[in-house]
Design a protein around this ligand. Structure first.
Ligand code: HEM
Length: 398
């Protein structure tokens, strides 16, 4: 059947669909000009207004106090995608506001298991398999909003940063249990952002939680995530209190890309590996104990009277020296075909008291550094959660 004609003139498809939608998500959701995306509107489902994700297994909530994908359990697949905004004439603040409203609509739909507006493959959004989109802004966009300041990441010793993995304006952490759903979500958002922003990176990662736990094996073979703060301690480390109003119920994300020299790691025996980390590769137990849940005790000594955990072991240097240093790690393994390593991702309320000093200690002396090459480094303000009818980042404009 021939496509139905419309009396409205067809916009130039090089003009981003989103710009045609006016500045509010409500306009988008209300169906203004729907059907004019590249490829057109494919289904009534894709045109339906965004709704809260249905509860139940397979869905993570889109609306809530916090964005999903931060303190909830890690999904097995992730893509950290960064974009730099392409500004047009006129108010940048309004462009940013419109962009955030559009992303809100996209995220609500995708996490609810539906395609974005004018999605060419809405079928691929279903079931969402615990899909989350977690949106963050670099300082450059906070500056455009005229509100909010996050600590800047300094250069760290040993950094060999590559331009492509450096700070972007916008960051979306996509996570799902299903890599196909994940791929669709990243691509759907990327298509909608065409002409509005230039994609700087899409860093894909994977992990498999160990049975009944939140730990996973990183590509060195180590049990990773054992000493992440749990429950209320995690919430406190990530969202805490005493935050400025613009970021209350939001947080920050430090994203670092570490290539691992797995060939040289192969040459290290079990004792050397355990010594460098301060925990045993076999079961993740600290060298000061016998089980993975035993505390990392830096005062413990071995039979020879020497410290069980060396002063330059990774866990010795990483261990928070006070509560304000606590961070919540939510990283992923990566293998891009050329390099393998860890997409280190940590959430923390204030990076200047936590992530930055810990990373400085590690960069200066961590025994693991021999096999690590940091090639990416960025920091984002992760926006507060919202209620239905609101949009991500609304606090920046109030
Ligand atoms: C490729 C780089 C890295 C690898 C392979 C790695 C691996 C590990 C492993 C296996 C553990 C022990 C288990 C656990 O408690 O999770 C650990 C602990 C930890 N790591 Fe890392 N890590 C890396 C980078 C970093 C960075 C950049 C930071 C922060 C700046 C960091 C902070 C921590 C913290 C806070 C702990 C817990 C220490 C404790 O209290 O016991 N790690 N890491």
């Amino acid at each position: 059947m021939a496509p139905r004609k419309t009396t409205m003139s067809m916009p130039d498809i090089n003009v981003p669909r989103r710009l045609l939608l006016g500045s509010t998500a409500a306009a988008a959701a209300g169906g203004l000009l729907t059907g004019f995306g590249a490829g057109g509107l494919r289904s009534a489902e894709a045109a339906a207004p965004a709704q809260e994700a249905p509860g139940g297994p397979g869905f993570r909530p889109f609306y809530g106090q916090y964005q999903s994908g931060i303190i909830d359990a890690q999904q097995e697949h992730a893509v950290f995608a960064g974009w730099d905004v392409l500004w047009r004439d006129g108010s940048r603040k309004q462009q940013l506001q419109a962009l955030l409203q559009m992303l809100t609509d996209d995220a609500a739909r995708l996490m609810g298991g539906r395609g974005v507006l004018a999605d060419t493959e809405p079928e691929m959004a279903q079931p969402p398999s615990e899909l989350t989109l977690t949106v963050g802004l670099g300082q450059s966009l906070l500056d455009v909003a005229g509100r909010g300041r996050i600590a800047q990441l300094p250069a760290f010793a040993g950094d060999e940063l590559e331009e492509q993995y450096q700070q972007s304006d916008l960051l979306i952490q996509f996570c799902s249990q299903d890599p196909t759903v994940l791929h669709h979500a990243v691509r759907a958002v990327a298509k909608n952002l065409r002409g509005l922003a230039r994609q700087r990176f899409a860093q894909a990662g994977f992990m498999r939680p160990m049975p009944g736990r939140e730990t996973f094996r990183n590509l060195f073979g180590q049990v990773d995530g054992a000493n992440n703060p749990k429950d209320q301690l995690r919430e406190q480390a990530v969202f805490g209190d005493g935050q400025d109003s613009w970021i209350a119920n939001g947080t920050t994300l430090a994203l670092r890309r570490f290539e691992m020299d797995l060939d040289r790691w192969d040459e290290v025996d079990a004792t050397g590996r355990d010594f460098a980390l301060g925990r045993r590769q076999a079961d993740g137990s600290p060298l000061s104990g016998t089980s993975v849940d035993d505390p990392v005790d830096l005062a413990a000594v071995n039979d020879l009277g020497l410290p069980s955990i060396a002063a330059n072991a990774h866990v010795a240097l990483a261990k928070p020296s006070h509560a304000d240093e606590s961070i919540h790690r939510r990283g992923y393994n990566f293998d891009d075909g050329q390099h393998a390593g860890l997409l280190f991702a940590s959430y923390q309320r204030d990076p200047s008291t936590s992530f930055i000093p810990v990373q400085q200690r590690l960069a200066a002396a961590d025994a693991l550094n021999t096999w690590l090459k940091p090639v990416g480094s960025a920091l984002y303000a992760i926006l507060p959660g919202i209620s239905e009818g609101g949009y991500l980042g609304e606090q920046l404009f109030s």
